[in-house]
Ligand binder design. Structure first.
Ligand code: SF4
Length: 233
C-alpha cells in the first residue's frame, strides 16, 4: 500500500467515526426486494424520496402487486399511477422496458439470485441492464441485499472531493472505488446514510456550513489553501 492510500484509509476511517458519533448507526432493514428497488430507482430520477415512494406504492396498489399486469397495461394507466414522481412520459416506458427484459431474459421479476454472487460480479451483472449505472446497481445491492457496494450520489461525490478522499474532479465511479477500498464493507450502509444526511444538512452544495461541521479538521476545502493535499483520486 502506498503512503497516499494509507493516508486516505486513515482519513476515511476518521470521517466514518466522526459521522457515526454525530448521527449514530443506520438501521439496515430491507424495505424492498432488489427488483422493487430497481423500479423505485427508475421512479426516483429528478424527484425526492417522498414522491418516488408515493408513486411506487400507487403503482403497486393499482396493479395489485402484479408486475405482469403492469407490463401489459396501457401506458396511460402506468403514467397516471406514477404521475406524482414527475417525468412520467419517460419513466412509464422505462418501467415497461425493464419488465419486458425481465420477462424475456429472466422469466421472473426478481433479482434475488444476485445474493450468491461476488459483489463485483453482481455489480457488473446489474449494470448490464439498460439504464442501470453504478449508483442504481449499488443501491440495489446494498439496500436490498446488504452486499458490499457503496452507492455514490451527488452529495457523496461533493463531500469526497472537498474532504480530499478523492481529487477535486474525481468521477462518482472513481469515488465509489476509493471508498470501497478505504473502509470495511460492514461500514458501507451507515457511512452512505450518514454522508447523505451530512451533505443535505451541513456540507451543502452552495454554502457549506463549515463552522458547524464535525469533519472540518479532516477537510481540504475548509483548509482554504486552495491546494488539495496528497490524497488524490
Ligand atoms: S468542513 Fe465544510 S466543506 Fe468540509 S466537509 Fe464540512 S461542511 Fe463540507
Amino acid at each position: 500500500m502506498t503512503d497516499s492510500e494509507s493516508c486516505r484509509e486513515d482519513r476515511a476511517q476518521r470521517v466514518y467515526d466522526l459521522l457515526l458519533a454525530e448521527y449514530g448507526e443506520a438501521d439496515w432493514r430491507p424495505r424492498r426486494s432488489g427488483f422493487e428497488q430497481l423500479i423505485q430507482t427508475i421512479l426516483s430520477a429528478n424527484t425526492n424520496d417522498r414522491n418516488s415512494g408515493r408513486a411506487f406504492e400507487t403503482l403497486r396498489r393499482r396493479f395489485n402487486d402484479d408486475w405482469d399486469a403492469v407490463r401489459t397495461a396501457p401506458l396511460a394507466q402506468i403514467k397516471e399511477a406514477i404521475r406524482v414522481a414527475g417525468m412520467y412520459n419517460q419513466k412509464a416506458p422505462h418501467i415497461v422496458e425493464t419488465l419486458e427484459l425481465f420477462h424475456r431474459e429472466e422469466g421472473v421479476y426478481s433479482l434475488d439470485h444476485v445474493r450468491g454472487m461476488e459483489p463485483r460480479a453482481a455489480q457488473t451483472y446489474l449494470q448490464s441492464f439498460p439504464g442501470v449505472g453504478h449508483k442504481t446497481a449499488s443501491i440495489v445491492l446494498l439496500f436490498s441485499y446488504g452486499m458490499a457496494a457503496f452507492p455514490v450520489d451527488t452529495h457523496i461525490q461533493r463531500q469526497s472531493q472537498r474532504l480530499g478522499i478523492s481529487g477535486p474532479r474525481a468521477s462518482a465511479q472513481k469515488i465509489k472505488d476509493l471508498w470501497e477500498e478505504a473502509v470495511p464493507p460492514e461500514t458501507f450502509f451507515t457511512l452512505h446514510v450518514n454522508l447523505i444526511r451530512h451533505g443535505r444538512d451541513v456540507c451543502r452544495a452552495r454554502v457549506p456550513r463549515c463552522g458547524q461541521c464535525v469533519l472540518r479538521n479532516e477537510c481540504d476545502y475548509v483548509a482554504g489553501s486552495g491546494a488539495w493535499r496528497e490524497v488524490k483520486g
